[in-house]
Design a protein around this ligand. Sequence first.
Ligand code: ATP
Ligand code: MG
Length: 347
Amino acid sequence: MGLLSRLSFSRDMGIDLGTANTLIYVSGKGIVLQEPSVVAIDQDSKTPLAVGEDAKKMLGRTPKNVIAVRPLRDGVIAEFEYAEQMLKYFIRRVHEGNTLVAPRVIIGIPSGVTAVERRAVMEAALQAGARDVRLIDEPIAAAIGAGLPVAEPTGNMIVDIGGGTTEVAVLSLQGTVLSESVRVAGDELNEAIILYMKKVHNLVIGEQTSEDIKIKMGSAYPMQDEDSLIMEVRGIHLLSGLPRTVTIKAPEVRESMMEPLSIIVDAVKRTLERTPPELAADIIDRGIMLAGGGALMRGLDALLSHETGIVTHIAADPLCCVVLGTGRALENYKELERVFNGRSHTL
Ligand SMILES: Nc1ncnc2c1ncn2[C@@H]1O[C@H](COP(=O)(O)OP(=O)(O)OP(=O)(O)O)[C@@H](O)[C@H]1O
Ligand SMILES: [Mg+2]
């Protein structure tokens, strides 16, 4: 094998282009990038000022001539140009300035996206310098990444709760038997907390603060000694218009998220109801697997077990399941051929 082809092999990538986070896996190396899906754009020059973590810090804090945006919403590309710039930046960074080699790229996309949205993702990757782009359904990638035996003739249920979408799927023999995607996930939980703080505490808070509350105090099911868990929240008092600090308790945070949580639970129940009997029996035996950042919500496994009567497991590294799945698909290209969605685009 010549030096060039070896190099090109080592630069092949698996990408999870998520609403909240983008992750890149490089063949033979593992996960090399994990950054928030955010870009800050200088309005005058129209160029990215910051990307990823640095740009996320700017959300809600930018001066007039700078905008910080999340180009993906609800699991799909909402702002194509910014998504493309972000992807280009990340791919280039992984390339480490090596522009000689155009990589083969596998990207996880939500199973519910339209053909137009699918093409937009492919186009962005090709524009970003990829040579050959393949798409893989996110639930399958997540299941592979969570270590489920997707190639076997056994039913497996995966629930991937991300920032924008929750995807519930029953898989068997490398394929999706049935799936459901709801556009309610981590972002909606943040929104629910923002609304609650406004309504009950007359406090206006931003998305970063609400995410902070959710991660530090949020729960989906009553926890032991939760009454002692309190947090000081800073925001703008609705009536006086002045900054103010309010103290909140863990149970009220759970209460504020009940509506979006029940939408997620209902999606799982609906999918179970539609599952053919043999596969349902497998799922009862094997349990439900949770992936995505939302799987880290305290007590969500307990809530789902309680509501469905089926044991619920949390993947070992929920935030990395999809990208690990794309990586394994990349490294087992031939064996997992059937999981690839549609034709590839080659330059
Ligand atoms: N410890 C935690 N508890 C609760 N939620 C969490 C925790 N850590 C991260 N999250 C939430 O997980 C979400 C991000 O998850 P993830 O990175 O899987 O989403 P994504 O893949 O970018 O989104 P999507 O799959 O919808 O495109 C965010 O809403 C974040 O607030
Ligand atoms: Mg995701």
